[in-house]
Design a binder for this molecule. Structure first.
Ligand code: G4P
Length: 529
């Protein structure tokens, strides 16, 4: 096989996706079952153990163990059928949503998990909004069918009206709660029977072919006739699956099951293998990059410290966009204009790090970061490209940092610089004084920063309230108008961690007034890397 053919085959076999859901809908449980199906773990229960000791393989920071929440994003690769799946985990807690948003820029599709008893919840709505920015194709899984759930037709209606996406049921539940008997697969015309008590192992499917098969009535009793009546209603009220609509992000195939009971999870995986897009072309400031281009390129969407307490290092997560990574390959680090030889990139097999020989488009590789890599950085085979669409979001919460020991201000600055480069927080330096102001999307981010400053930089700090309610990044092509604005707004201006001019607005009203007063100035709520 020539390299071109091999590259095309590797690209075609990749599926890179993330799970989006509201906390408690079952993301951790389904992740574990996906890994079980990918034979990446032997027994379910390895990822998530008892409540008292509740953390997944993908949770490793001390903070998250203490708080029992998943702060960080990690990556799991496993084979399934002829595909190679890259599953990107995202923090469940909304205070770390920026991390999640950026992770969603590195996937080609997403799995939306919905709690069948609760329906569409807040965080799912927000995450869907982010997916919509890139029209990411969404596969849906309605979970917890082993409990009483809401009327499935009502659930689909809610998904359609709240999330503004058409639903195409692919499976339909036969009963729920105690009477949950399985699902009927509309496209395969086949019943899959639920077998209780096999949540932690892989067992062969029990199936009955044909909606009207008398075996179904014999096995399912009245539920079979109920299902047929119901399906008539469903088929009248919902959409038929249309691949083009799915790929355009306008339609979601919907599956039903129970992650805990490991039922229906393989249907979802089959859906990804059959329908989800292989790695897609990516936009750069210069041109679109096709995954089948032979020269390597990729971008960094996340930086993580202390992945492994034994290593105490910082890992930059890079999504490969084209070509092949090979051990020892030379890459151009475009922002700093330097060539680097990478011999020790990491891969993430079910959360276990391992040294990597090669990687293909859609894969995520970990680069050791000695302080030179920032979120949004592009690596190429030499061409000067800048991948687009990896945003900084304007923080909504602000604190002034005060050192307990004033002699440690150097360490504090170093720590904040590095933590802001990896996206743990954003830092702003006002022009009128020497304050350091931290911005975050969620309040827990401040706790993480204080914790890490102490652990990693031996700096103790305290936070104080500060009169800032939001920030905007400032642009203006007209030098004269910008100079005038800088003079007038001087007391509210600051530089962010990357040296970009920002306006610190004491209130929304104040921001609005300034925007009206200076119509030529662009006040941007996001900054692209
Ligand atoms: P999350 O990552 O989205 O936050 O959800 P997670 O998987 O941790 O699941 C949240 C709770 O829902 C867990 O129960 C989990 O066992 C339960 N769960 C997940 N899938 C199903 C399902 O299909 N059916 C039922 N009945 N429950 C499900 P918990 O009591 O909070 O934790 P644990 O004691 O089970 O660990």
């Amino acid at each position: 096989m020539s390299f071109t053919e091999q590259l095309a085959a590797e690209v075609a076999s990749r599926r890179t996706f993330a799970i989006i859901s509201h906390p408690d809908a079952g993301k951790t449980t389904i992740t574990e079952k996906l890994l079980l199906w990918g034979k990446a773990i032997q027994v379910a229960g390895t990822v998530k153990s008892r409540k008292s000791d509740r953390h997944a393989t993908s949770d490793w920071m001390e903070m998250e163990k203490q708080r029992g929440i998943s702060i960080t994003t990690s990556v799991m690769q496993f084979p399934y059928k002829a595909a190679t799946i890259n599953l990107l985990d995202t923090p469940g807690h909304e205070d770390f949503s920026e991390d999640t948003y950026r992770t969603l820029t590195a996937v080609d599709s997403a799995l939306m998990v919905i709690d069948g008893a609760k329906g569409v919840e807040d965080r799912t709505i927000k995450l869907m909004d982010v997916c919509r920015l890139r029209d990411t194709p969404i596969v849906s899984f309605v979970n917890k069918l082993d409990r009483e759930i809401r009327d499935p037709i009502e659930l689909l209606d809610e998904i359609e009206s709240v999330l503004k996406i058409k639903c195409a049921p692919v499976t339909w539940p036969v009963g729920s709660g105690r009477d949950f008997k399985g699902v009927y697969h509309l496209l395969e015309d086949r019943y899959y029977l639920y077998q209780q008590g096999h949540g932690s192992e892989l067992i062969a499917d029990r199936t009955i072919d044909g909606l009207h098969n008398p075996d179904a009535d014999a096995t399912l009793g009245d539920e079979a006739a109920n299902l047929r009546d119901m399906l008539e209603l469903v088929q009248g009220a919902s959409h038929e699956f249309d691949l083009g609509e799915f790929l355009a992000g306008r339609m979601t195939p919907v599956f039903f099951g129970t992650a805990l009971g490991n039922f229906g999870v393989n249907h979802v995986l089959n859906g990804f293998v059959d329908w989800a897009p292989a790695p897609l072309p990516r936009k750069t400031a210069q041109r679109d990059v096709q995954p089948t281009e032979e020269v390597f390129s990729g971008f960094v969407f996340k930086i993580q410290a202390n992945m492994d307490p034994k290593h105490r290092d910082r890992i930059a997560f890079l999504r490969v966009c084209s070509g092949r990574y090979e051990k020892g390959v030379k890459m151009q680090h475009v922002r700093i204009g330097k060539e680097v030889r990478v011999a020790d990139a990491l891969t993430f097999l079910a959360g276990e790090r391992a040294h990597l020989e090669e990687a293909w488009p859609g894969d995520i590789i970990g680069l050791h970061n000695h302080g030179t890599i920032q979120i949004g950085d592009t690596f190429t085979g030499g061409e000067k490209l800048q991948f687009l669409g990896i945003p900084h979001f304007a923080p909504e919460m602000f604190r002034r940092v005060r050192l307990k020991d004033p002699l440690k201000s150097k360490q504090l600055q170093k720590g904040l610089k590095e933590l802001s480069e990896e996206g743990a927080t954003q830092v702003f330096m006002p022009q009128i004084n020497n304050d350091l102001i931290l911005g975050a999307v969620g309040v827990l981010q401040f706790d993480v920063v204080a914790f890490r400053l102490q652990e990693e930089y031996k700096v103790e700090c305290v936070y104080e309230n500060v009169n800032v309610s939001t920030v905007r990044w400032i642009h203006c092509d007209d030098e004269r108008k910008l100079a005038e604005f800088r003079k007038k707004a001087h007391d509210q201006l600051s530089l962010d961690g990357g040296g970009h001019l920002t306006y610190l607005a004491p209130s929304r009203v104040n921001l609005q007034i300034m925007q009206e007063r200076y119509p030529d100035i662009v006040f941007s709520p996001t900054r692209e890397h």
